[in-house]
Design a protein around this ligand. Structure first.
Ligand SMILES: Nc1ncnc2c1ncn2[C@@H]1O[C@H](COP(=O)(O)OP(=O)(O)OP(=O)(O)O)[C@@H](O)[C@H]1O
Ligand SMILES: [Mg+2]
Length: 236
């Protein structure tokens, strides 16, 4: 059994709106193990992005805890959370979050700013990552001059270029055709085999079944089903 990496206890994110409360995440107990490939599925509005953002330290729970290797994430200082994110996490946002006035290449290079990678190496790594995702001809395009699927692949490149310990990816193939979806699926499975922990949100149940060790289904902010993916374990 791999080492326990992230653990949530009674994790909640409630939004008060006037007299009503939206329970976006509502009492989630979840353990994520080192090297695991976990998929989160569930209908729109079930809390998938909200939970991912809290696991990445980007959003604060209204109650409950997230522990990363026994350390309470939300008792860390802002600086400690920032370095947890910079050192360990690759994040692919549902809305990409690319910087509009920078090129594809620079958007990816930026992920390497904080770990003192020398400039030429930074450019080389970013270029190689984009090329491996089929974007070698789009390096100098700005996000507005890229298709949705191309922007999505730039966002994946940015998350992976600094070789994170854990990848949180929110619908990383939501805008891709089958060929590019398969390419991302292969890349992620390959990185997972090499030890990358992956937590992916996806609407694509087939993708989840083909790739993940475990699938959790959310509904109204709660985990309502856990599927251990025996098929994948047997074939790998
Ligand atoms: N700032 C906010 N204020 C109030 N409600 C919010 C806020 N942000 C999110 N919500 C609500 O929380 C719920 C969960 O949102 P979330 O974005 O996590 O869903 P999701 O499962 O990622 O959906 P999708 O598949 O459409 O991306 C939704 O009902 C949403 O309307
Ligand atoms: Mg979402």
């Amino acid at each position: 059994m791999n080492k326990l990496w992230i653990e949530t206890a009674n994790l909640c994110r409630h939004y008060k709106r006037g007299s009503s409360t939206v329970k976006a995440v509502d009492g989630v107990d979840l353990q994520i193990y080192q090297g695991e490939y976990l998929a989160i599925v569930g209908s729109s509005g079930s809390g998938k992005s909200t939970i991912l953002n809290m696991l990445a330290g980007l959003d604060t729970p209204t109650s409950g805890t997230v522990h990363v290797e026994d350390i309470d994430l939300f008792k860390m200082s802002k600086k400690e959370i920032a370095s947890y994110r910079a050192d360990q996490i690759g994040m692919v946002f549902q809305s990409f979050n690319l910087i509009p006035h920078h090129t594809a290449l620079y958007n990816v290079e930026m992920a390497l700013f904080f770990d003192n990678t020398p400039r030429t190496e930074r450019t080389q790594k970013a270029k190689a990552m984009l090329e491996s995702l089929g974007l070698g001809e789009r390096l100098d395009h700005k996000p507005a001059d890229l298709s949705g699927g191309e922007q999505q692949r730039v966002a994946v490149a940015r998350a992976l270029v600094k070789t994170p310990t854990v990848l949180f990816a929110d619908e990383p193939t939501g805008n891709l055709d089958q060929k590019n979806t398969n390419q991302i699926a292969e890349l992620l499975s390959d990185l997972n085999q090499k030890g990358l922990t992956i937590v992916i949100v996806t609407h694509d149940l087939q993708f989840a079944k083909n790739s993940a060790d475990r699938i959790i289904r959310m509904d109204y902010g709660k985990i309502v089903e856990v599927i251990k993916n025996g098929d994948r374990n047997e074939s790998s």
